[in-house]
Design a protein around this ligand. Structure first.
Ligand SMILES: Cc1cc2nc3c(=O)[nH]c(=O)nc-3n(C[C@H](O)[C@H](O)[C@H](O)COP(=O)(O)OP(=O)(O)OC[C@H]3O[C@@H](n4cnc5c(N)ncnc54)[C@H](O)[C@@H]3O)c2cc1C
Length: 383
């Protein structure tokens, strides 16, 4: 199975070679550690460096800043392959998102300073939007960044931040002008080891994605130079978020279909081996019909995703389409994996079977990167 449909015009031999290379790397360096990462609540820090050395991060970052200068579809390949490897502990989706904020809005100095480190795994990235009192309603955030000479002083707290325990660089969504509504929001880059007043809270206990560190972050009079602002002037944050969230929403779908493909493959194998009433579970018509339905749902979703990847590469992926991808693919991922659990019987409820982990991991896909209710709001605005 792969990310590619038969007819996706953008798929080249290079994509297939890159996908094979990434799959081999993840099989050798990720899959053997999945259960341990799940138990310890985070991946090994060295994995980021290994992934950087293997060249599977930041494919679409320009070569001048350490990337491969390829297009976004290559980063989608990495994320699909991660899903298909059956492990969502590695927070590469967020790393990719962080890199592309800097590619899009960083000045030359910022790009030189941060991108090579994110591409080679020297830095782990995070983006901190959500607060205890503001998730869907991002305009309600209360973290402030006030100007003091040539510095910003950041105060506030964030929660549910992916890569929160390991992050070296955090893009913090702040109010630089609380009286200006959306136009008073800005993005500040904080290199956490270079500041005082930054603290990590708990590594939060979750229903799934247990091998990824998701944390509270606290900022108390954190001083960063004014050169930490992303973009030329303050107040662009909301516009920057809205533009970059299309990529975030697309890759939720990309990684999700990878997970669902893996779940389906595991379920086909399992039902062929498991016997009931003297025959393989696969041989019941109900099983084959359920698997046929799942396969069809995934192929339809794959076609939609491949089309959206082409749009992302062309720079034409709009907010409504990205929202449709996120909403649709996360619903399909969840529905398919639910059927896969059912076809495993009681073993589908036991953590030693990959399907159980995949199912628990899938639930959050309908919640983060904007809940599916918010996706429908955004889609409905385009009607
Ligand atoms: C595992 C995990 C990782 C995450 N990673 C990050 C991260 O790296 N960075 C980050 O900033 N955030 C992250 N988040 C936060 C995530 O994006 C938010 O949880 C999400 O946006 C929802 O916000 P909320 O939890 O405050 O829910 P709320 O906004 O309180 O929503 C509660 C319910 O109300 C519904 N609702 C709210 N507004 C409306 C509306 N207008 N119309 C209809 N229904 C509505 C929602 O859909 C939801 O069902 C992560 C969350 C999780 C669980």
């Amino acid at each position: 199975m792969s990310l590619f449909t038969q007819s996706a015009a953008w798929v080249t031999t290079e994509h297939r070679i890159y996908a094979d290379m990434t799959r081999r790397f993840l099989q050798d360096n990720m899959v053997p550690h999945t259960e341990r990462w799940y138990d310890q609540g985070h991946i090994d820090r060295e994995f980021w460096n290994l992934a950087g050395e293997a060249g599977i991060m930041g494919a679409a970052v320009p070569e001048a800043y350490g990337g491969a200068g390829a297009d976004m579809s290559f980063e989608a390949v990495t994320l699909y392959e991660q899903g298909f490897a059956g492990d969502v502990s590695w927070g590469y989706a967020i790393q990719s998102i962080v890199m592309h904020y800097i590619v899009a809005y960083g000045n030359e100095e910022q790009k030189q300073a941060w991108l090579p480190k994110l591409v080679d795994g020297t830095y782990v990235g995070a983006i901190a939007m959500t607060e205890p009192g503001a998730g869907s309603d991002l305009q309600a955030i209360r973290t402030t960044a006030t100007v003091d000479g040539d510095e910003y002083v950041i105060n506030g707290s964030k929660t549910f931040i992916t890569n929160g325990q390991q992050a070296d660089l955090v893009i913090v969504v702040c109010k630089t002008d609380p009286s200006a509504g959306a136009k008073g929001t800005s993005l500040l880059v904080v290199e956490v080891d270079k500041v005082e007043g930054f603290e990590r809270g708990r590594n939060l206990k979750k229903m799934g994605m247990k091998g990824n560190d998701t944390s509270e972050l606290f900022f108390t009079d954190v001083r960063v130079p004014s050169t930490s602002l992303l973009g030329d002037v303050a107040g662009q944050g909301f516009y920057q978020l809205m533009n970059q969230l299309t990529w975030e929403r697309l890759i939720v779908g990309v990684c999700g279909i990878g997970c669902a493909d893996f779940g389906l493959q595991e379920t086909i194998r399992y039902t062929q081996e498991r016997k009931a009433f003297g025959k393989a579970v696969f041989d019941f018509q109900n099983t084959r019909f359920k698997l046929a339905e799942a396969k069809t749902k995934l192929e339809v979703t794959r076609a939609f995703i491949c089309d959206a990847i082409a749009q992302a590469d062309a720079g034409t992926l709009d907010a409504a389409t990205a929202s449709m991808v996120k909403y649709w693919s996360s619903e399909i991922q969840h529905a398919v994996l639910d059927e896969c659990v059912q076809l495993h019987g009681g073993y589908g409820y036991m953590m030693e079977y990959p399907i159980t982990r995949l199912y628990a991991d899938a639930r959050v896909q309908k919640i983060y990167a904007g809940t599916n209710e918010i996706m429908k709001e955004l889609i409905s605005r385009s009607l």
